[in-house]
Design a protein around this ligand. Sequence first.
Ligand code: ATP
Ligand code: MG
Length: 419
Amino acid sequence: MPEIINLSSKIKKQLPAELVNFMRVAGEMAYSQGQSLYLVGGVVRDLLLGQTNLDLDLVLEGDAINLAQQLIQIHQGKITTHPRFGTAKLQWDKWSVDLATARSETYVKPGALPRVKPGTINSDLFRRDFTINTMAIELNPSHYGELIDLYGGRDDLEHKLVRILHEKSFIDDATRIWRGLRYEQRLDFQLEPTTLELLKRNIPMLDTISGDRIRHELELILKEEYPEKILRRAEELEVLPKLHPALKGNGWLAEKFEQARQLSSPDLPPVGLYLALLAYPLTNEENEQLISRLRLPRSLARTLRDTNSLKTNLESLADPELSPSSIYRLLHGYSLPAIIANSLAGDSSIARRHMQLFLAKLRYVKPVLTGDDLKRMGVATGPNIKEILNLLQEARLDKKITSKQGEEGLVNSWLARKR
Ligand code: ATP
Ligand code: MG
């Protein structure tokens, strides 16, 4: 008889009471309907590692959408369902829980999405990527807290190994190659030797993966604490060239990512900046290839295009004699992450200094007079307004005027010249 491991005290210690209560109630509700509910995946792994993870994934042997609809009546929140997959997301207060119907998957064609049908918890665990992600915890009252570990996940956690479940795993779904590197580097684990062998052998299978799925995995990587570690490992194993052959996961990139992190804030999440830095060494043509391989959405595509085009124009910013208004004119059309990426990655120290000046000061410089003020002063409506506002801004930037009176003087002399 294998030893029964009960994790209920770990659950109580590591998860907030609201979520623990939720799971108890959900487990009882499922049980009273003759169904079984489990906590699965990353959160179980992280409970065993003692790391915080509030992303609850629950799997039900039964109809998950139906259970979710009953649960949301207790919690007064929002529910989003995907009937085709039998999944539901519950959100209330600050909490969010994913509920899925246990399913089994068959891969008909490498890289394509699998054929899915309802299954048992065992089949649901077998479809997963790595042993450390295949553990589950029972939530039914009679077995609450008991660990289900069918594939040696706990052993692998202990030995710090990332191991696939079967030898066709990377062929079925090559995104697992990127996922494997991500877990290995995040957790400071190692790819188990056979897994590593198979990973290397199946790198060509990455060509079977759609742009959307590759982009999704890349985004998950760029949201990690230290994405540069994963990219460096990807270069070492020759996975990175599959994204684009001209990409580099080297020390230069690591240094720039570190600087990017210092600059990022809730308003400026680092993902766009990271991507711009990753693509920085690319030529314009290579940049376009990357954008289409990843099917980048408009705003990220713009970041990459702006970054590349500013990089090609950096020479004009390297003139030490440039006036503030000229710096402004050269930079103001570019998106913010593109300017920041160039200020971190550009070669010329003068151009870098000019971009820093723009970011810290110049971009905020505005005249105090508004279009309405100008009309009141006698400027005719139309393109003149824009022209004078630009003149005022230029004069402000170059410190030719520093007050409202100064601005008014400039407007009046413009009007006098026109008459
Ligand atoms: P974490 O495991 O920390 O949540 P994550 O957020 O990247 O990392 P998700 O992408 O949310 O993980 O996936 C949740 C679970 O679904 C994983 O633990 C894994 O077991 C499973 N999973 C996700 N993608 C795949 C895949 N391509 N193949 C097999 N299983 C997968
Ligand atoms: Mg997750």
